[in-house]
Design a protein around this ligand. Structure first.
Ligand SMILES: Nc1ncnc2c1ncn2[C@@H]1O[C@H](COP(=O)(O)OP(=O)(O)OP(=O)(O)O)[C@@H](O)[C@H]1O
Length: 250
């Protein structure tokens, strides 16, 4: 059940954030999306999720339903001010099963509680999310993802501003997901973290610089190429010739 990305371009005010990207994500694989700041990593994930308008190309999901894909945005994009308990936030992973107004069954409640216990938050299910640390909040978002039972997990900088113990615990959760045949696609900045935990890497700098086994892709040469490519396209300030007038803005 792979995801195909063909000739994908996404622009903000005519400036391409990602440019004619071709990729394929296979099942039961781990992929790190790596590249300099502003390389288009978050935009790529958003495009996979259909959260930004594409200027060229398309994303095709083979035999996948929307519920098969879970997305964990950057913490900075998540509203933590809503009056909601830990349990209620994790239970949002049931959305595709029950919608807004559906009743949560006893079995589903158990599933939510089990997911919270998996991330060591079983004891704080009734706590308000506003009272959580960054690490605890990220654990709840992981629990929500587990509840969804998605096949493809898309994570945008999941360990940013998260303590080391939580990072290690959540990396274990991702390993378990991989063993269950799920696919993990994560935007990451930590070179060593990628090497230790992700078999494949996609290095981008608006365009794909390299893609394949992490040991082949995460090289000094590719990193230099990525920085140079981004700097060159940034400095030249070229506008995408293939983008129509429908600029994308968040
Ligand atoms: N909503 C937006 N409006 C205008 N420009 C945007 C918007 N979102 C992103 N951009 C620009 O698009 C480019 C790619 O941004 P994106 O966030 O996808 O990169 P990134 O690789 O995830 O960066 P970082 O590592 O800093 O998070 C950047 O130049 C950024 O400034």
């Amino acid at each position: 059940m792979p995801i195909h990305v063909q000739n994908l371009t996404v622009s903000y005010r005519h400036h391409p954030a990602i440019h004619h990207i071709n990729l394929q994500f296979e099942q039961a694989q781990s992929y790190a999306i790596f590249g300099p700041n502003g390389a288009g990593k978050s935009t790529l994930l958003k495009a996979l999720m259909g959260l930004v308008k594409t200027d060229t190309g398309k994303v095709t999901f083979e035999n996948l339903k929307r519920a098969d894909i879970a997305y964990l945005p950057q913490q900075s994009e998540v509203d933590r001010t809503q009056p909601m308990t830990v349990f209620e936030l994790a239970a949002m992973g049931l959305w595709y099963e029950i919608g807004f107004f559906g009743r949560v069954t006893a079995a589903q409640k158990q599933r939510v509680q089990a997911a919270l216990e998996r991330v060591n938050l079983g004891g704080v299910a009734q706590k308000n999310i506003g009272a959580l640390s960054n690490g605890q909040f990220q654990r709840v978002l992981f629990a929500r993802m587990l509840v969804q039972k998605a096949q493809f997990l898309l994570l945008d900088e999941p360990f940013n501003a998260v303590d080391a113990a939580t990072t290690s615990a959540l990396l274990d959760v991702l390993q378990e997901c991989l063993q269950q045949g799920k696919t993990v696609i994560a935007v990451l900045h930590d070179y060593e973290q990628v090497r230790a935990n992700f078999a494949n890497t996609v290095m981008i700098a608006r365009e794909v610089i390299a893609c394949g086994a992490t040991t082949d892709v995460l090289t000094e040469k590719n990193l230099q190429t990525a920085f140079a490519t981004l700097q060159q396209t940034g400095l030249s300030n070229q506008w995408c010739q293939t983008t129509p007038t429908t600029a994308v803005e968040k």
